[in-house]
Design a protein around this ligand. Structure first.
Ligand SMILES: Cc1cc2nc3c(=O)[nH]c(=O)nc-3n(C[C@H](O)[C@H](O)[C@H](O)COP(=O)(O)O)c2cc1C
Length: 174
């Protein structure tokens, strides 16, 4: 019986390259195990976290927390925004805590505009996930704009192979 992996696509943008990466990884994982859930932060609107207990009553917050609690592991894709993760992703993670992540494997990937290839966002995401006691896998993936076509499809075959290794490692760690 396989555990569910919760995918979080960390971009608030509609035509997001993070979503393109999420889509291909989601398919790779479902091909192998079939148990996946998805939170796309473009579609899943959350308020700015302010600690008010009333926020816990919001359906979007409850759904995020429930899916995270039920997940056996996570695959988180972040865009690189100003050398870090997106505000949308950091805000979503602020609604969660170690109870959602403790002893669960997390695979991470980034989509960047090029340059340093998302490494700052990946390092930033590792730091934030350390704060919620997640077991972040040592492997990671950074997508370049030239791996994604104008229709938002991840087309790079070598990249798909690398992502498949990461998916394999995540499944092994579940
Ligand atoms: C506010 C903002 C800041 C950005 N900062 C960076 C950056 O520091 N480094 C970089 O390589 N790309 C940067 N980009 C480009 C994004 O990484 C690029 O759009 C990529 O496709 C991932 O974002 P997306 O998932 O929203 O498409 C930035 C984009 C935005 C909108």
């Amino acid at each position: 019986m396989s555990k569910t992996v919760l995918f979080i696509s960390g971009s608030p943008r509609a035509s997001s390259r993070s979503r393109a990466v999420t889509n291909v990884v989601y398919r790779l994982l479902r091909d192998q195990r079939g148990h996946a859930q998805l939170i796309d932060l473009h579609l899943h609107e959350l308020p700015i976290f302010n600690g008010d207990p009333a926020q816990s009553e919001l359906p979007s917050v409850q759904q995020l927390r429930q899916l995270a609690a039920e997940a056996g592991g996570f695959f988180i894709v972040t865009p690189e925004y100003h050398s870090g993760i997106s505000g949308a992703l950091k805000n979503a993670l602020d609604f969660l805590n170690a109870e959602h992540f403790n002893n669960k494997p997390v695979a991470i990937a980034a989509a960047s505009g090029g340059g340093k290839n998302g490494i700052n966002a990946l390092n930033n995401l590792r730091l934030v996930l350390r704060g919620v006691s997640a077991d972040v896998l040592p492997g990671q993936f950074a997508a370049d704009p030239n791996q994604i076509d104008d229709n938002g499809i991840f087309t790079d075959e070598d990249g798909v192979k690398s992502l498949n290794y990461l998916v394999h490692d995540l499944i092994e760690a579940l």
